[in-house]
Structures are given as structure tokens and as C-alpha cells.
Design a protein around this ligand. Sequence first.
Ligand SMILES: [Fe+2]
Length: 452
Amino acid sequence: MDIITQALGNVANIFDLCFLFWCIVLLYLSLKKCFLKNRKGKVRLFLISAFTNPIVMYVVSIYAMIIPLAVVIFVFNLEDYEKTNQGTILIINVIAGSFLYMFLTLMFSRLVGKWLKAPNRSLVTFVYLMFGVFFSVMIRGYSDETLEASLPAFVLSIASTTVLFIASWLLYHFVIKALSQLTDKKREVNTKIFLIPPVIFNLTYVSLAFTNYKLSFESTTIVYIFSTIIIFLFIWAFYVIIRNINATNEAIEAKDEVKTLSVEVMEALAHTIDAKDKYTNGHSVRVAKYSRMIAEKMGLSAEMCENIYYMGLLHDIGKIGVPNEIINKPAKLTDEEYDVIKTHPGIGYGILSEIKSRPDLATGALWHHERYDGKGYPEHKAGEDIPLEARIIAVADTYDAMTSNRSYRKYLPQEKVRSEIENNIGTQFDPEAARCMLTVIDDDKDYVLHET
Ligand SMILES: [Fe+2]
């Protein structure tokens, strides 16, 4: 080996050392960006990135395997090492080393995730494995000295490490950037799926690296090109996957925001209705609450219980169309005035029918004064002809009327309210809804469900 080829070999090694340092810095920046936001411990994180870096762990694993190899030689009394099947021992040694390397990577990444208090530790492991992928590619084919100490081998080595510099920067710039957005969210994401491809890649390539050390220059070149393509595919695939998860999260959040706004608008409307009627302060919100409690007791789906709550909130919205002097009249209403009051379900229906995306809201407003025996209004519907939601709201509405304060009386005693509901099962009230209301009352031992 002349001086020039030796110098070339040294340059290639120094270049690889630079890549090692670069990977330490990138691992540190990645962990900091994703998991160490505005927190102390940056120096410690840098040291951790240096000592637990997949490249360092690989070197440690391979050296650690020298000891069992020596034990094998000693135990089997392989005095003349040259005569034994050296290749086979080396391969077994490297495969065992690969598994140790994977074990260390997984274990340390979990520990680092714990230290970082990462909400999703699989993502920390994923970052480690992705950096591990670079090293898996970088180390193959170096064992053959004649290959290393030639000008074409030097060019190939420098070119492949340069590609790795670029690939690792792309990984940091695209994948880690998108990942940091993902780790910002508290939303549960099953990230275990990220781990499988890099684990397989690491194991396969690290094992392959030492089994192909006698490969020709041409085949080594093909392996270089093939692995480079795989690396870029990895980066691209993970970038697309993480971006899609982020986009889905954003869509869900936007939907949640719209939902919160809708609920707030409905509650504001309910307060508007109640403000008009000075005798029924907070009536709509309470009816909504009681209706939901009945629905839950009836074992209806969570979605239906929520809908019934909204229908309860807006059931009296039609009162907006009834003159104030009738609604707030302290004396007994005349028949004509009572007829005006009876128009509120229809008015409410007219208003809520405008909400095309939620046609069910209008149902509660229109039918909440119907009775199970058909003696209600506006259409004297009876039994199961009345929509279930309206039958539930009717029970809650009457319960709240009895448990609210009036100008001439305080809210009624719980016992009286209970017997009143019990006595009207099957006449005024739907039997099942009324029985569930009785259960709600029985659960309310301290009688807190009334107007304060
Ligand atoms: Fe009403």
C-alpha cells in the first residue's frame, strides 16, 4: 500500500468521523426540537445524544462481541484460529452484534424518552432508529482493505458519505420538522407503526454489511446505490405519513372548534330565551341537563344524549315570539292569552327548521308539550307518535317547573315532585322516560337538582 492510497483511506475515515459528529448534532437538535421545548437540560441532552447515538452504539456492540468470540475460541479449543471456519464465526459474531446494537438502540431510546417526559415514547425511538438507518448504510463494504485503498473505492466512499450528509439533513429538515408538530399535540396517535420499517432495515443492513465484505467493487457500488434509494424512500414516506397525521389532527381540531362554537351559540340562545321570562331563570339549561340525564338512564347512545341536550337547550325558543306581557303576567292567564302561549312550539319549530344541518333540533321544540295520553298540544299526538326526544324533554320540562321557584311559592319538596311524576306515568308522561326520571330523583339523595 503506497502513501497516496493510505492518505486517501485516512481522508475517507476523517470524513466518516465528521459524519458521526454531524449525526450527533442532528440527533441533539431533533430531540430538542421535538421533545425538549423551552426546558432546561440542553447540555445534558447533547451529551446523551453523543453517547447514545446509534453510530456509537453500533461500534460498542461490535466491540462487545469480541469477548464472546474469544470465549467461543477458548471453549471449543480452536487453537489454530486460521484453520477454523473464520467466515462463519465472523458472520455469527456480527449478527449477534447487530441484535445487541438494536437492543441498545431500543433500550436507550426508551430511557431517553422517559427522561424527556415525551408524551409518546415510540416517537423518540423512531428518531433513534432513523439515525441508525444512516449508519447501517454507511458501514457496509469497508472490511475489504484492497477495496478501501484504491482511488475508485475512495471516490465511492466519499460520494456515499456525502449522500448521507444530504439525506440526514433532509431527514432533519422535513421529517423532524413535521414530527415536532405532531409531538406538540396531546392527541393519541399510534406511532408504533413508525418503528417497524427502520428496525427491519437496521437489522438487515447491519448483518449484510459484514457478510458482503468480500464483495467486488461493482457489487458494492450497487449496494450503495440501492441503499441510498431506500434511505430517500424512507424519508419521503415518513414525511408524507407525518404530514397526513398532522393534517388529520388539524381537521379534527377545526371540527372541535366549530362544535364548541355551536354549543356556545346554543347556550347563549337558551340564556336569551330565559332572560325574556323573568319567572324561568336558567330553565332551558336545566331542562337540557335533566333531559340528558334521563336519556343516559335510558341507555341511549352518547351521540343521542348529546343531541337531546341541545334540543333541551332550545325547546322553548318559540317564546321569543310570545309578547312579554303575556309571558311575564303575574296573574292567571285568560283563555286567549293561553292560546297565544300555545303558539310557542310552532314558532320554535319555524325558527329551528332554518338550521338545515340539524333538523332534529326543531323536533324538540315542536312536540315538547304533547302528552303521552294525547291531551297535549299543538297536535294532540299520543304515545310513540311523539318523538322519543320530545317525550324525554316533556318529563324534564315538568320536573323543572315543579323544582323552580315561583313568585307565589318556593320549589316543591322532592317527595311531592317524585309522587307527581309517578302519578302521571302513562297519562302525561312516557312510562320509560318518567321511570328513568324517578331513578334520577332517587339518585339525588341531597336534593340538589332544583333551581337555586
Ligand atoms: Fe315550552
